[in-house]
Design a protein around this ligand. Structure first.
Ligand SMILES: Nc1nc(=O)c2c([nH]1)NC[C@@H]1CN(c3ccc(C(=O)N[C@@H](CCC(=O)O)C(=O)O)cc3)C=[N+]21
Length: 283
């Protein structure tokens, strides 16, 4: 049984990233990520803070715009257009969720697809589903890099993804399909879920419920990727998989914390640097 250690894998990728950043800087380019936070969603604030810390550690520039909770769609669009046009900015991240009065889809459509680091613009989703990705949502990209780090091939494999969100399930399905896996996307309306998950050579779970996947729902030797992050009443952070019981049955498994999470947060910076390379002569 292999523990897929996201800290180890992200450190390996960090080394590659540091080299690329040094090359850009030697040519006078500081990779720059612009974050836009509207309102005061507490989770977004926490994520933003950790992104700022991480960006600073790598010597990346991060420009943060915070807008009041009462911001209109039109006002947000003006800010996004300014960032689109700012040649210093290589990547733009619009923190979700947005306040209710804002038309999120309209805001996403305004993002320059070349700077859309979350990969949520329909053009980028289209490129991804067409098999020629430009920007990739960070969680699925992190999962791909984690599998690569452990040299786990998905070709010929039966993959079941539980969760159909745009930034996790759907995008991961497209990515792994591009790598010649066979994909099933399951969700809250799926019947006989365990019957399905038991067929999975690779089982990915992004549901948001502690202990959602128990050992009886896992094929012996399967690769289990746990995207869940659930805070228990005792303060402990756990995934969606009953780790203690699944760990003895799986062939490989991601822990929570220390699995998918560290990869996700690194991929944001990784893609920022790839955008900077592409937008300057390095690409
Ligand atoms: N507005 C917004 N911004 C986000 O950045 C955002 C979001 N919404 N929604 C959900 C995803 C997911 N995501 C993670 C980032 C880092 C870890 C991470 O590093 N986790 C550590 C544990 C951290 C801890 O102990 O609290 C780990 O798994 O080892 C996990 C998940 C950001 N997201």
């Amino acid at each position: 049984m292999t523990v897929l250690d996201g800290k180890v894998a992200s450190q390996a990728l960090s080394a590659e990233l540091q080299t690329q950043i040094a090359e850009l800087k030697a040519d006078g380019v500081t990779p720059t990520l612009a974050a836009v936070l509207v309102g005061d969603d507490p989770a977004s604030q926490v994520y933003l803070h950790s992104k700022q810390k991480r960006a600073a550690k790598f010597g990346l520039r991060m420009l943060t715009t915070t807008l009041p909770a009462t911001t209109t769609t039109a006002e947000l669009i003006v800010v996004l257009q300014q960032l689109n046009q700012d040649p210093r900015v290589h990547a733009i991240m619009l923190e979700m969720p947005l306040p209710a009065q804002i038309d999120s889809q309209q805001a996403i459509l305004v993002l320059d697809p070349a700077k859309d680091v979350d990969g949520v613009h329909p053009l980028n989703l289209g490129y991804l589903f067409g098999g020629q990705p430009h920007a990739i949502p960070n969680t699925p990209y992190g999962i791909l890099k984690l599998l690569d780090h452990y040299q786990l091939s998905v070709k010929h494999k039966n993959v079941v993804v539980v969760g159909r969100s745009v930034v996790v399930g759907r995008s991961l399905a497209a990515l792994l399909l591009n790598r010649d896996a066979t994909i099933t996307i399951a969700h809250s309306y799926t019947e006989n879920l365990a019957e399905l998950t038991r067929q999975a050579d690779i089982l990915v779970v992004a549901v948001g419920r502690a202990n959602f996947i128990t050992a009886d729902a896992v094929k012996p030797g399967a690769i289990v990727i746990d995207v869940g992050m659930n805070r228990l009443a005792n303060g402990k952070l756990v995934g969606d998989v009953d780790y203690a019981n699944v760990v003895t049955k799986a062939g490989a498994i991601t822990p929570v914390p220390g699995g998918v999470g560290p990869m996700t947060s690194l991929m944001l910076l990784y893609q920022t640097v790839q955008f900077a390379r592409r937008q300057t002569k390095h690409g």
